[in-house]
Ligand binder design. Structure first.
Ligand code: SF4
Ligand code: SF4
Length: 147
């Protein structure tokens, strides 16, 4: 079995022992820990809003009312809202192999910033996500991540 091993620094995983520890680019596929969707509120483009409203079969004003929040730095732009648990309003969870995996309820119509976000060892969210799936010894089985 293949493992990633996390080294703990101040309670958070700071480094990984892997065969390819480059911090410069995506070195792993998304394993759906959900931390990025819990943490960030996507800023919507006009095209994002139109696509999401159409996917949800809503008018644009109704979509803005139901699913977006003001962006403090611009009256022209809107953020995707947060749900009751604090994460993105479209974040859902699926039980899989005893683990809780994130799923996007609007995946096909998701905002551009979500499409552009790539998992990687350079992202603290992904490192924290690995820690979620790690054993007490700090090991993460790749079959657990991607099984
Ligand atoms: S934090 Fe990384 S691994 Fe976790 S859901 Fe986001 S992109 Fe995927
Ligand atoms: S729209 Fe989907 S991919 Fe984007 S933050 Fe929300 S749940 Fe995550």
């Amino acid at each position: 079995m293949t493992y990633l091993r996390l080294r703990d620094a101040g309670g958070l995983p700071a480094e990984l022992d892997t065969t390819n520890p480059s911090p410069d680019g995506p070195a792993l596929d998304c394993f759906r820990c959900g931390i990025c969707c819990e943490r960030w509120q996507p800023l919507l483009t006009g095209a994002d809003a139109a696509r999401l409203a159409e996917a949800l079969e809503m008018s644009l004003p109704a979509f803005f009312q139901a699913y977006t929040a003001p962006y403090p730095f611009s009256d022209e732009e809107r953020l995707l809202n947060r749900g009751a648990d604090g994460g993105c309003v479209f974040l859902r969870w699926q039980e899989q192999g005893g683990l809780r995996r994130a799923a996007c309820a609007v995946h096909a119509a998701r905002p551009a910033v979500c499409r552009d976000w790539a998992a990687g060892l350079d992202k603290k969210e992904c490192l924290q996500g690995l820690a979620r799936f790690a054993s007490p010894e700090g090991e993460v089985s790749l079959s657990v991540l991607y099984g």
